[in-house]
Ligand binder design. Structure first.
Ligand code: SAH
Length: 212
């Protein structure tokens, strides 16, 4: 089901500049409609963000593809995601053969998505809590992806990155952010690349925005 619309989505992403064949293959493999509320399934293969409840969203496929491409990970590497949400981004990384750790701060979303991972047979390490402080137990990570808008780059996340690893994160105010890729060159040195503007829901936590 939905194979044709998924292929069309992949073609659309290619025309928007996504080139990594592994990323495109994963978008083609993962059934995005399974990560959405039933009523929205019909829109699953449009290149748009959609609401998943609790004022949160499933990211636009282009955004997922862009950030995944920026991580430049290889099969078998370890990646930490902050902001599990629907679980779609985590499923894409898992489909590419990464070992995925993901953290979600809203308990309802965490429970639902964790159940979905089990139902879909996805082996993903999911945790409920504040992701701005990372998950030190399993650090360092070859990649860290933050799928919520941060006022700054959390220090804890920088410190949990492996040398040679990349941290992809939208940084800015609550209405618009610049996507950044930080490459950890050595212990103290990070190379920063800036991309265009994106819009995410806020990253709330100790090293993010403070709760209202
Ligand atoms: N990656 C998701 C998109 C998530 S939307 C997907 O593929 O669908 C952003 C998510 O980040 C929301 O679910 C929000 O609750 C969560 N979030 C916000 N601040 C957080 C924090 N400090 N730690 C973990 N999750 C956080």
């Amino acid at each position: 089901m939905h194979e044709k619309s998924r292929q069309e989505l992949v073609n659309g992403l290619m025309s928007k500049g996504i080139t990594d064949p592994e990323v495109l293959k994963a978008i083609n493999n993962v059934e995005r409609h399974k990560f959405l509320p039933k009523a929205l399934e019909f829109h699953a293969y449009k290149d748009i963000a959609l609401p998943i409840g609790c004022e949160q969203t499933i990211s636009q496929p282009y955004t997922v593809a862009f950030m995944t491409q920026e991580l430049q990970l290889k099969e078998g590497q370890k990646v930490l995601e902050i902001g599990t949400g629907s679980g779609y981004q985590a499923a894409i990384l898992t489909n590419m053969g990464m070992k995925v750790y993901t953290i979600e701060r809203q308990h309802d979303i965490y429970s639902l998505t964790r159940k979905l991972f089990d139902e879909l047979g996805l082996r993903i390490y999911a945790k409920y809590g504040d992701g701005t402080i990372g998950w030190s137990e399993f650090a360092p990570y070859d990649g860290i992806i933050v799928t919520a808008a941060s006022p700054d780059v959390p220090k804890s996340l920088k410190s949990q990155l492996a040398i040679g690893g990349r941290l992809v994160i939208p940084v800015g105010n609550k209405s618009t952010q610049t996507m950044k890729t930080l490459l950890r060159v050595d212990r103290e040195e990070y190379q920063v690349k800036e991309h265009s503007a994106f819009t995410f829901v806020p990253l709330i936590g100790r090293e993010g925005w403070k709760e209202k």
